[in-house]
Design a protein around this ligand. Structure first.
Ligand code: G4P
Length: 534
């Protein structure tokens, strides 16, 4: 197959949702379609359950499994599909944000009864920032849920996206009869507890076809006609180019557990979702069809076995063909590295690959050379954008609890931060290390891993920080003045960038008034950023 065709047939995407909406179930059903797994339940074990907060072995075990399921590749109808796994647990949201940088599109799963939940809001916001095309799947139609129109209003309101339903539910909960496919003008009948991949589909000429009355009953058919009329008049025609710009999201209804509405979603996804897209770097926009290889690291996974301290760095191939045993330039380190055992992921299996194409994710064995965000090329100096750090929610100083092991602690903290487990800030005045995380669970994970992988012990000390703000200022003098006045609250992040640790929203407001030229950013990437600050 030609290089261009290989790129054109790739679909690399992530499924995101609030925990429990059905992400794992949907992922599993998609894998079943691709024949990538044979039994339901195979992906389930990847979930870090909410109950696992203090069960470290469980977390470790699940971390191990999630290496295998970090990327689930499979072939279906001539397409190469790469599903990027995102951790369900909300304490690992930062991990999900980073994974989204490697996704060319996303599917958002929403529970029909619960509607838009907080985690969904946060994740969709990140997608909107980078205009990622979004498809919405409304799940659990076999349960009584919100009215479809109300739900679409809620999605538009809370997620700030425009929607266009492409299937429409006929009933709900115990009265669920099926969905009408507006995209293909067909009727899909619902059979509870189905594990069949193909639901029964009835061809109808259009919505006025009397076959509809025979299949679902006159009353239901009439109601469906009214609702479809309303859908057609309220929502704009579906336009793929608008979807690809991230400006409209097609919506599907179904029930993942009953394998209902999933095929319609998958087929439409294959039709409309983008193949790998050009990517902005600081230097220029890189097109996937360029013949020289480039890629970036978006995830690093440590080996669970403390005897083998190697890690797996996941590279998303942006352009050109990647070859095994070929020298590539590690831009940050300014040196060549070659990889003898690059790993590809097909469902639960891992295998060494000779070559890989744009859109693919390859796992590279790493002995500590990589940080998240690193770029690999054939020599050209390129720094990929779009791996921002977000302000953590919780901050604690890390203290050494074993003076004999201070080196191990420093190394452990350093490496765990490279992996992106949490963010490290070093206070300018004292040199103390402050760890910032999204949730409390990471602090426990860090403590546990420092002990088991590095033999180091640490204690924590709470530090009251409202937000970590990355700062920018066109006026150099004012910036210096600001840093001088606020020197006690200034720290540097892992990349040497200045960060202001504000203790309240009020502090930021006051600072904004006093230093009008200084801009405060809750993510490390922002519009007026200078290239040297990344
Ligand atoms: P997540 O990855 O988004 O966290 O959700 P997951 O797929 O694990 O689904 C959460 C729960 O919702 C699971 O039940 C799952 O079986 C159920 N579920 C998924 N899709 C549907 C659906 O279409 N209809 C209904 N009624 N339920 C659905 P659980 O009891 O938490 O787990 P399990 O015991 O079934 O594994």
């Amino acid at each position: 197959m030609k290089f261009e065709e290989e790129i054109g047939r790739r679909r690399t995407f992530a499924i995101i949702s609030h925990p429990d909406a059905g992400k794992t179930t949907l992922t599993e059903k998609l894998l079943l379609y691709g024949g990538a797994i044979n039994v339901a339940g195979a992906v389930k074990s990847n979930k870090i359950k909410k109950t696992a907060t203090s069960d470290f072995m469980e977390i470790e075990r699940q971390r191990g499994i999630s290496v295998a399921t970090s990327v689930m590749g499979f072939e279906y109808l001539g397409k190469k599909i790469n599903i990027l796994d995102t951790p369900g647990h909300q304490d690992f949201a930062e991990d999900t944000f980073r994974t989204l940088t490697a996704a060319d599109s996303v599917i958002v799963v929403i529970d029909v009864a619960k509607g838009v939940e907080p985690q969904t809001e946060k994740l969709v916001k990140v997608c909107r920032m980078r205009k990622t095309p979004i498809i919405v799947f409304i799940n659990k139609l076999d349960r009584i849920g919100k009215d479809a129109f109300d739900l679409l209003d809620e999605i538009e309101g809370k997620l700030g996206i425009k929607v266009r339903p492409l299937t429409w539910p006929i009933g709900m909960g115990p009265d669920l009869k099926g969905v009408y496919n507006l995209y293909e003008k067909s009727l899909i009948l619902y059979t509870p507890n189905s594990t069949e991949r193909v639901s029964e589909t009835v061809a109808i000429s259009d919505i006025s076809d009397s076959e509809l009355d025979r299949q679902i009953g006159e009353e239901e058919a009439e109601m469906l006609r009214e609702e479809v009329d309303l859908v057609e008049s309220v929502y704009p025609e579906f336009d793929r180019s608008v979807y690809l710009d991230g400006a409209i999201s097609p919506v599907f209804f179904g029930s993942a557990i009953n394998t209902f509405g999933v095929q319609e979603l998958l087929h439409c996804f294959l039709d409309i979702a983008p193949s790998p897209l050009p990517k902005e770097s600081e230097e220029r926009v890189v097109d996937p069809y360029e013949d020289k290889f480039t890629g970036f690291i978006f995830k690093i996974h440590a080996n669970m076995d403390p005897k083998h301290r190697d890690r797996l760095a996941f590279v998303k191939i942006v352009s050109g063909k990647f070859h095994r045993n070929t020298n590539y330039k590690h831009i940050r380190l300014d040196r060549n590295i070659k990889f003898s055992s690059p790993t590809a992921f097909m469902a639960e299996k891992k295998s060494i690959v000779e070559e890989a194409f744009p859109g693919d994710i390859v796992g590279l064995h790493d002995t500590g050379n990589f940080k998240i965000g690193d770029t690999l090329t054939e020599g050209e100096v390129i720094h990929y954008k779009g791996i921002p750090s977000f302000s953590p929610e919780m901050f604690r100083y890390v203290n050494n609890a074993d003076p004999m092991k201070s080196k191990q602690l420093a190394k452990g903290v350093d490496q765990l931060m490279d992996e992106g487990v949490a963010q490290l800030f070093v206070m300018k005045t004292t040199g103390r290390k402050l760890i910032g995380t999204v949730g409390a669970l990471q602090f426990e994970v860090i403590q546990y891993r420092l002990k088991h992988e590095y033999g180091a012990s640490c204690t924590y000390e709470n530090h009251n920080v409202y937000k970590a703000c990355w700062i920018s200022c066109a006026d150099k003098e004012q910036l210096e003045e600001f840093k001088k006045v606020k020197y006690r609250s200034m720290a540097i992040d892992k990349f040497g960038r200045d960060v202001f640790l504000a203790d309240s929203a009020f502090t930021i407001q006051m600072a904004e008034q006093k230093f009008p030229e200084v801009k405060f950013h809750f993510t490390s990437e922002f519009e007026d950023q200078k290239s040297e600050s990344v």
